[in-house]
Design a protein around this ligand. Structure first.
Ligand SMILES: NC(=O)c1ccc[n+]([C@@H]2O[C@H](COP(=O)([O-])OP(=O)(O)OC[C@H]3O[C@@H](n4cnc5c(N)ncnc54)[C@H](O)[C@@H]3O)[C@@H](O)[C@H]2O)c1
Length: 276
């Protein structure tokens, strides 16, 4: 039986980058697609592309930081297509700079979107999926930054460690229930998206702290690295390979594995981070 055709997918952060790639791939495999984002214009463009690929689509402007908006999103999705079989908690933002340069408001913003956005998705959809009792999967987007750490990205990597950890806890909870609901954590490497320009969707009330020239230079280098990343459509294909294989950890970029191993060795051997 085709696992995806005619089923329902819901993607947050679907107005750009990986979310758009996932939504388009969902259309390609014959799913009906619900797309959500704070960026209404980008969301409309994604909906247009999904429709052009021949899929039915519902676009719901949603701020994943707000639980009531995520609940309203779920209600709209259920009313139109039914409860999703595949839920991508994907919306995310990035800020770079030294830990003490990032304002408390920036820290909160990154955690509200990257962590609480995923939490709201889980709290809203998982009980409904369990009540339905059919196979379903929650895919939370973390990052290789959930395993390896560098300077000037503290809010981001801390939020991604949290996403990986809460997903793993959810895995055990669902396994212990014997539930047909599964969870995966998607950990991309570099993907060419808008993540390096997240300030375009930063709420006005979030005032950034002043950055040193070195942090500004770091940011440029970071953005250039992201721009050299793989295409988001390719990442979506890799994510679906992981889903088909029923994998919890979906880590498409194996070039990061040695760095992950090295970090864990430093932990196990009590050595300084990054030491040889
Ligand atoms: N691009 C990469 O190299 C990379 C690597 C690892 C993980 N990721 C993760 O992939 C996910 C998608 O990011 P991307 O790289 O496609 O970046 P992107 O900026 O292109 O897309 C992120 C989307 O999230 C949306 N968004 C931001 N705040 C939101 C909110 N409060 N509510 C709803 N939507 C919101 C944005 O409007 C945007 O459309 C993120 O979780 C990111 O951390 C990206």
């Amino acid at each position: 039986m085709d696992k995806f055709r005619g089923r329902v997918a819901l993607v947050t952060g679907a107005a750009s980058g990986i979310g758009r790639g996932l939504a388009e791939h969902c259309a390609d495999v014959g799913m009906r697609v619900v797309v959500a984002d704070v960026d209404a214009a980008g969301l409309a463009e994604t909906a247009r592309r999904v429709e052009a690929a021949g899929a039915q689509v519902l676009a719901v402007p949603t701020d994943v930081r707000r639980e009531e908006q995520v609940r309203a999103l779920a209600d709209s999705a259920e009313e139109r297509f039914g409860l999703p079989h595949l839920l991508f908690n994907n919306a995310g933002v990035l800020t770079t700079g030294l830990s003490w340069e990032c304002s408390a408001e920036e820290w909160e913003w990154v955690f509200d979107v990257n962590v609480m956005g995923v939490v709201h998705g889980i709290r809203t959809f998982v009980p409904r999926m369990l009540a339905r009792g059919e196979p379903a999967r929650v895919v939370n987007t973390a990052s290789v930054g959930a395993f390896i750490v560098g300077p000037r990205v503290a809010p981001y990597v801390a939020s991604k460690f949290a996403v990986a950890a809460l997903s793993e806890s959810l895995y055990y909870e669902l396994r212990d229930l014997g539930a047909p609901v599964r969870v995966s954590v998607l950990c991309p490497g570099a993907v060419a998206t808008g993540i390096g320009r997240s300030e375009r969707v930063r709420p006005e009330e979030v005032r950034p702290g002043p950055r040193s020239p070195e942090s500004a230079t770091y940011r440029e280098a970071f953005e250039a690295g992201i721009a050299r990343g793989i295409d988001s459509r390719e990442l979506a294909r890799q994510a679906f390979d992981g889903i088909r294989e029923d994998r919890f950890w979906i880590l498409p970029d194996s070039s990061f594995l040695p760095a992950m191993e090295h970090r864990m060795r430093c932990v196990l051997e009590g050595r300084e981070p990054g030491s040889d």
